[in-house]
Design a protein around this ligand. Structure first.
Ligand code: ADP
Ligand code: MG
Length: 223
């Protein structure tokens, strides 16, 4: 069963005097266990596509299914509920709260989702162990390297037990050694077969770790 499926996605931005069709008929399928890479020059629509797949934005036309459920048919409330437990996000700039420790950052979405304290602690512990940061649980982001901060963000995504992780240029702010380590970690997570991972990336040197690669060009995906 495919975890993520998109059909005919179209998204046009309208600003005064200007219309940009960022996506113009995008189809995509990502099964559990796959690491699907989306490449394309800056401005080619990668972020737009990830936002539509994750329900952060709505298409002008087309449909998105996650775990067989059409998220483009849900109202905002139902979509927020579904997103919380199903979709994890990883961003270029990590998106950690600076005043919280690594463990508190990982715990925050679980707290918002109403996960009880005992289970929360267990999930945080397991997620930080999975990314190799058990020893860093009490450190704040400014006490961690960029690579470590991105590992915390990955742990935060994992702790929600998502079926899909969407990563928007997750290695863009890292040096090549850390970038490869982060990509390798994502690959290992996906290899357990439970999660579909869709990653937008500029970095062609990482594409050998992807299951498949598609390029966004003129609003369309080419393989
Ligand atoms: P990428 O992530 O590949 O750099 P984006 O999805 O951010 O590409 O942008 C695709 C196109 O849509 C670009 O031309 C960009 O300028 C335009 N765009 C993105 N977001 C907006 C917005 N909120 N308003 C107007 N235009 C936008
Ligand atoms: Mg982008």
């Amino acid at each position: 069963m495919s975890v993520v499926r998109a059909e005919g996605l179209r998204r046009t931005y309208r600003s005064p005097g200007r219309m940009v069709t960022a996506l113009d008929g995008v189809n995509l399928v990502a099964p559990a266990g796959a690491l699907v890479a989306i490449t394309g020059r800056s401005g080619s629509g990668k972020t737009t596509l990830l936002n539509l797949l994750g329900g952060l934005d709505r298409p002008d036309a087309g449909h998105v299914w996650i775990d067989g459920q059409e998220i483009t048919a849900l109202d905002d409330h139902a979509l927020t509920q579904l997103r919380r437990g199903t979709i994890g996000y990883i961003f270029q700039s990590f998106g950690l709260l600076p005043t919280l420790s690594a463990a508190e950052n990982v715990a925050l979405p679980l707290r918002i989702a109403g996960i009880p304290a005992r289970e929360r602690e267990e999930r945080v512990r397991a997620a930080l162990a999975e990314v190799g940061l058990s020893e860093r649980a009490r450190h704040r982001p400014d006490e961690l390297s960029g690579g470590e901060q991105q590992r915390v963000a990955i742990a935060r995504a994992l702790a929600a037990r998502p079926s899909v992780i969407l990563a928007d240029e997750p290695t863009a702010e890292l040096d090549s050694t850390n970038a490869r380590a982060i990509f390798g970690l994502l690959r290992a997570i996906v290899d357990r077969g439970e999660i579909a991972l869709i990653v937008a990336t500029h970095d062609r040197t990482l594409l050998d770790l992807a299951t498949e690669t598609h390029e966004l060009r003129d609003g369309r995906l080419v393989s």
